[in-house]
Design a protein around this ligand. Structure first.
Ligand code: C2E
Ligand code: MG
Ligand code: MG
Ligand code: MG
Length: 291
């Protein structure tokens, strides 16, 4: 707001706190408006089976299609949506959109699972289970097709509550995936306590392999540990053939990254499915669960 330069321009000496407050207020309204005017989109990114490159899961990644700013990525607005509580409604919209799409894809013979990111507020929401059950039911989807991605931060706030919530979701038949592992604290204690079905190793670890020996050691050990605990491993952020080959050598289960595909619109995801999915094999894979 403060203009610099020439003497005919205004200089508004407002404390930056006020500008921040205004920005927050403005953005919050924009988010609310976006929700009621269909400005959100779900993009999908494939998660492929190691060795065959078949698409077994699609991760839902929200986008905000803003009339002026264009496509806005989630890191730009999810924190604010979380802070203002709007994330509950936005998250429910994502779940509905994904389950409806999965229904369509399953009807067309593309038996992929859908993986949805849950923010902390959404995860701790009292009626989360009820909301999910209703959405699954409305779309005639078995819970085994839904994967929920949570992060370790869930354990910092209300650990007992988080573990109870995870147990309830798993009892329903939903797959729990621990996202971004290794990006922050990467506590083994959390990993053991959560005992997720799937562990997603953060792309920051994969970024510098195989040159960086530390990352390579960490990745190797993490995969071994997860497998000993019967946890399926997804390596995120695979961008090069070299990384793919290296990770394959570590006997990872699944991979995700720009090498396979960037997150794409639902139309383009469907094209990817049409091109690569083999319905019969997909069904068998969908039923496969490590225990
Ligand atoms: P995430 O769940 O860890 O999703 C993976 C992010 O890494 C995505 O960013 C994806 O575009 C990006 N990515 C995937 N492969 C590669 C790669 O090979 N290289 C690089 N450099 N990046 C890659 P995106 O779509 O911007 O999403 C950012 C984060 O926003 C997500 O991280 C997730 O935490 C959050 N998010 C996305 N959608 C939702 C949602 O519906 N609800 C909530 N609560 N959070 C969401
Ligand atoms: Mg994720
Ligand atoms: Mg992740
Ligand atoms: Mg992330």
């Amino acid at each position: 707001l403060a203009k610099k330069g020439g003497h005919h321009t205004y200089r508004i000496y407002s404390p930056s706190a006020n500008v921040e407050t205004y920005k927050l207020f403005y953005l919050r309204n924009e988010l609310q408006y976006a929700l009621h005017n269909d400005q959100f989109l779900v993009y999908y990114q494939p998660i492929v089976q190691a060795g065959t490159d078949e698409i077994v899961t699609v991760e839902a990644l929200i986008r905000w299609n803003h009339p002026v700013w264009g496509i806005v990525r989630p890191d730009e607005f999810i924190p604010l949506a979380e802070e203002s509580g709007l994330i509950i409604k936005i998250g429910e919209w994502v779940l509905k959109t994904v389950c409806r799409k999965l229904r369509e894809w399953h009807d067309a013979g593309y038996m992929v699972k859908g993986s949805v990111n849950l923010s902390l507020t959404q995860f701790l929401q009292a009626d989360l289970i009820g909301v999910i059950e209703r959405i699954l039911h409305e779309n005639g989807l078995d819970p085994e097709w839904l994967i929920l991605e949570i992060t370790e931060t869930a354990m910092w706030v209300q650990k007992d509550k988080a573990l109870e919530k995870i147990a309830q979701l798993r009892a329903l038949g939903i797959t729990i995936s621990l996202d971004d592992f290794g990006a922050g604290y990467a506590s083994f204690k959390n990993l053991l306590e959560i005992k997720p079905d799937t562990l997603k190793i953060d792309r920051s670890i994969v970024k510098n392999i195989p040159e960086d020996k530390d990352s390579t050691e960490i990745l190797t050990s993490l995969i071994q540990l997860a497998h000993r605990l019967s946890i399926l491993v997804v390596v995120e952020g695979v961008e090069t053939e070299e990384q793919k080959e290296f990770v394959l050598g570590l006997e990872v289960d699944r991979m995700q990254g720009y090498l396979f595909s960037r997150p794409v619109s639902e139309e383009n995801m469907q094209k990817l499915l049409e091109r690569t999915a083999k319905p019969e094999i997909e069904t068998a894979l969908g039923k496969e669960r490590r225990k």
